[in-house]
Every structure is written in C-alpha cells, then in structure tokens.
Design a binder for this molecule. Structure first.
Ligand code: KG4
Ligand code: ZN
Length: 339
C-alpha cells in the first residue's frame, strides 16, 4: 500500500510517499529555519503562511522523486495534531482535498505516534520495544507493546528536552534552532568543565529540565563576570549541558527497560538527531549484545512526512487523532524498580 502523507504541524513543510509503512519512495522536507531565525523562535502566523505557499511545490517534488502520479497513491494522510493549528490546517486540508477528489481514503495521524513510527522506516523493527521520545514539545518513555498500543511510563514535568536545548542555545548565542547548534558546540567542549545538577523526580521515569536550564544561566552569568572568561566557555558549557542531559535520558531509559523486561530500545523525535545521545545509546548496544538499540536515520528524526505515512499504515485512525492508544500509567506502578 502506497501512502502519500503531509506533515505541517510546526515549521517544516513535508511530503512523503511510503510503501507498506517501511519503504520510503520520496521524502521532501522544506524547513522554515531562515524565516524564524530572525525572530529567535517559531512565529505561528508566519509558519502557516509559508506552508500555504510551499505545499503544492513540495507535493509535486515528492511525486517526482517517487516517480509516481496521484493515481498510483492508495491513501492520503496528514498530521492532525498536536501542533500549531494554522499550520496543521494547511497539510490536513490538502490531504483531505486529495482524498475527496480521488475517492481514496484519508487517514489522520497523531504527530507523536508518527515520531515513534520513524523507527519502522527502512528497518525491520517490530513491537514490543521501549521508545524514548524526545522532541521540542515532549519528553516521554513509551512502552510500545503493539503497533497500536502504547503506554506512557514517564514524561517531563516541565520543559521538554528540545525546549531546554533551544532556550540554552539562545542563552549561549549558539544560533537557531538552539538544539543542533548546541550539539555542534558540545563536540568541541569539555563535558567535565561544569558540574550541573540532575533533577530528582517522584515518578522514577519522569524528567525535569527547568532546574538544569536555570543552573546553566547562573553558570554562564558567573563565568562571564570573571575578569578573563575562558575562550572555550560556550563549548565547555554546551558539552557539560549535553553530558548531563544525555546521562539522565540514558539512565532512566535503561532502568525503565530493565523494569519492563524490554531488550529493544528505540529513540525518536527531533532530539534523537543529537550526536551525544545517539553515541551514548549506540556505545551501550555495542557492549551489550543482549540489547537492540534503534536510532532513526537523520532524515527521520526531526519533523518529516515519511514517519506520518508509516504511522498511517500501521495505525489507521481515519479522522480521529485523540488516540486512546496513548494511555498514561500512574507512576506508582513503576516504583518497585526505582533507579
Ligand atoms: O521533533 P521535532 O522536529 O519537532 C517537534 O515535534 O517538536 O523536534 C524539534 C526539536 C527542537 O527543539 C530542536 O532544537 C531539537 O529537536 N533538535 C535537537 C537536535 N536536532 C534537533 N536537539 C539537540 N540536538 C540536536 N542535534
Ligand atoms: Zn515533531
């Protein structure tokens, strides 16, 4: 089954064609970074207008890349939420219009479920597995027991990881978006230069990053006030921040996997593009052959439509994105194996 999907939930205009949920035939992503960089953050109204201008061009490019015409598509899909409503409407309405005129079905997709499905692309991964989902708005540990069954075992109590990266990147003047810019800076810094705090949470698999963000601000301000700040201050702070975040994510994910007897771990979401995080999980897997670690290809980490097409294949939802398949277990059910 060939699904053509559109993803416009935030600041990427993306169109993809995927066969049977795993084989990507086309993957077009147009980022709006240049537009939003001048404001230091995503401006929803500007994002929606840019999607409106770009959507048909991206659609043409995707069909061309796949070597297909609309008649060869079996189903149309789009992200229905969560996301910026003005942006979502562009992709969703385009996909619904294509469905209407072609008489082919439309499937709506939950954006976070899409990120989980990024791991099925060009891969033979099958549930069950534990997924660490780290994006700009979410940080969750999800037990994927089947293609359409997911249970949230832990999540952030305040900032999402990507949000903490973006805000800290802005603090250090690293560039826009802050996440990848900070990741690049971190490659050249000393991760032991600053001793940053790790938050304790009541739920063993929950996260909190707002304290770390504040600690970074204090450390930066203190260091800048010194008579001769280190020439590698930004790099060292970035590396120390990255080390603290990566260790927290890794430790909690592993403890959760052990508690649930899950030996397959996947990471997903924009922050799964982070070099430090990928290396930490991959290094663990190479020393522990009893575990399988899946990291999506770089093109499937940040927002893309291939993951939405995969999701539409594995979990057809028609028009209802408020999926009951995402259920949150009370934290106490996990407390027995507190890390
Ligand atoms: O999944 P995504 O594209 O959009 C959301 O659904 O939120 O994630 C975007 C987030 C942003 O916060 C961005 O800074 C972060 O992912 N990100 C990174 C990296 N690449 C993207 N964070 C850290 N290191 C990276 N290499
Ligand atoms: Zn996303």
């Amino acid at each position: 089954m060939r699904i053509l999907a559109l993803e416009t939930s935030c600041d990427e205009t993306a169109v993809a064609v995927v066969e049977d949920g795993r084989r990507t035939l086309a993957n077009i992503i147009l980022t709006q970074n240049e537009l939003h960089a001048q404001y230091g953050g995503v401006v929803p109204e500007a994002a929606a207008r840019q999607h409106l201008g770009a959507i048909n061009r991206c659609l043409d490019q995707a069909l061309q890349q796949a070597g297909l015409s609309l008649e060869n598509v079996d189903c149309f899909a789009a992200t229905l939420g969560p996301g910026l409503i003005g942006s979502l409407l562009i992709g969703a309405n385009a996909a619904k219009a294509l469905s209407l005129v072609s008489g082919k079905p439309f499937r709506g997709v939950h954006h976070l479920y899409g990120h989980v499905c990024a791991n099925y692309l060009d891969s033979d991964l099958k549930p069950p597995f534990l997924c660490l989902l780290v994006s700009g708005g979410h940080t969750q540990l999800i037990h994927v027991s089947d293609y359409d069954r997911m249970e949230i075992l832990g999540e952030t109590l305040d900032d999402a990881v990507g949000e903490a990266y973006d805000k800290t990147g802005r603090l250090l003047g690293a560039g826009f978006p802050g996440g990848p810019a900070l990741d690049r800076l971190a490659q050249h810094g000393n991760s032991k230069a600053f001793n940053l705090p790790t938050a304790r949470t009541q739920g063993p698999y929950d996260f909190s990053f707002s304290g770390l963000k504040t600690a970074m601000r204090r450390a930066y301000e203190r260091a800048c006030a010194e008579p001769a700040p280190s020439p590698t201050l930004q790099e060292d702070l970035a590396a120390s921040f990255q080390h603290t975040v990566v260790e927290t994510l890794f430790r909690k994910t592993l403890a959760c996997a052990e508690a649930r007897n899950l030996t397959t771990i996947a990471i997903a979401g924009g922050v799964s593009a982070n070099q430090g995080l990928r290396q930490r999980f991959q290094a663990f897997a190479s020393n522990h052959p009893d575990y399988r670690v899946c990291v999506p290809k770089m093109a499937y980490c940040t927002d893309n439509a291939a993951m939405i097409a995969s999701s539409a294949f594995f979990n057809p939802l028609t028009d209802n994105w408020t999926m009951e398949v995402f259920s949150r277990t009370p934290a106490k059910s996990c407390e027995a194996s507190q890390p």
